[in-house]
Design a protein around this ligand. Structure first.
Ligand SMILES: [Fe+2]
Length: 199
């Protein structure tokens, strides 16, 4: 879904955190909540790929995007991908492994952007890298919705979906809370987000 920023406000972290709290009290539909989180990422992808967006908007959305990518990406790996990778069907295992590879490339680019100090500095190298990352993730989200979620729907039963949904929400809360407590320096931030990841 493409968002027009003249008419739609991106979801704030407070709104997303509140939705997660509500979801944690029920059993949400796993695919629906994953798609919701894709939409939150798309809200920032639209800005990062818009040549007319201001530098301030791009900086703000890149920060927002990296936090949501960290939250959604790691929570998804530790639920959906882990389950796909252990599936009996080769098709599912390949989708899980491939998804992890794309996430790893995206985290690497995110780390490079943090190292370039994009919140204080903005130049064409940073703008270009942010756009490449946004397009990489944008294409990946579409591919997940078109292929990976369908493979999961074919392979997992209702009990597995409910378990994964509950785990996903808990992990999102943990990652978001950790990411919204920023360390003082960028170097520390790199260490914090990496170390928090469950291996
Ligand atoms: Fe995803």
């Amino acid at each position: 879904m493409k968002f027009n920023f003249l008419s739609i406000e991106p979801h704030s972290f407070d709104e997303i955190r509140m939705e997660l709290d509500e979801a944690s009290e029920q059993t949400p539909d796993f695919i629906e909540i994953l798609k919701n989180h894709h939409d939150y990422l798309e809200e920032s992808i639209s800005v990062l790929t818009d040549v007319n967006a201001s530098v301030a908007d791009k900086q703000e959305h890149l920060s927002r995007f990296l936090i949501l990518l960290d939250m959604h990406g790691h929570a998804e790996e530790e639920t959906l991908y882990r389950r796909l990778i252990s599936d009996d069907a080769k098709e599912a295992r390949i989708e899980g492994l491939g998804g992890q590879d794309v996430h790893d490339v995206a985290y690497l680019m995110g780390d490079e952007l943090l190292a370039l100090d994009f919140t204080n500095v903005w130049n064409e190298q940073i703008e270009s890298k942010a756009k490449v990352l946004a397009n990489l993730v944008g294409n990946h989200l579409k591919e997940e919705e078109d292929v990976k979620f369908k493979v999961a729907t074919k392979q997992f039963d209702a009990v597995a979906f409910d378990t994964l949904a509950k785990e996903y929400v808990i992990k999102c809360i943990q990652y978001l809370d950790a990411d919204l407590t920023p360390p003082p320096a960028v170097a520390d931030m790199l260490i914090t987000t990496r170390n928090y990841r469950e291996l």
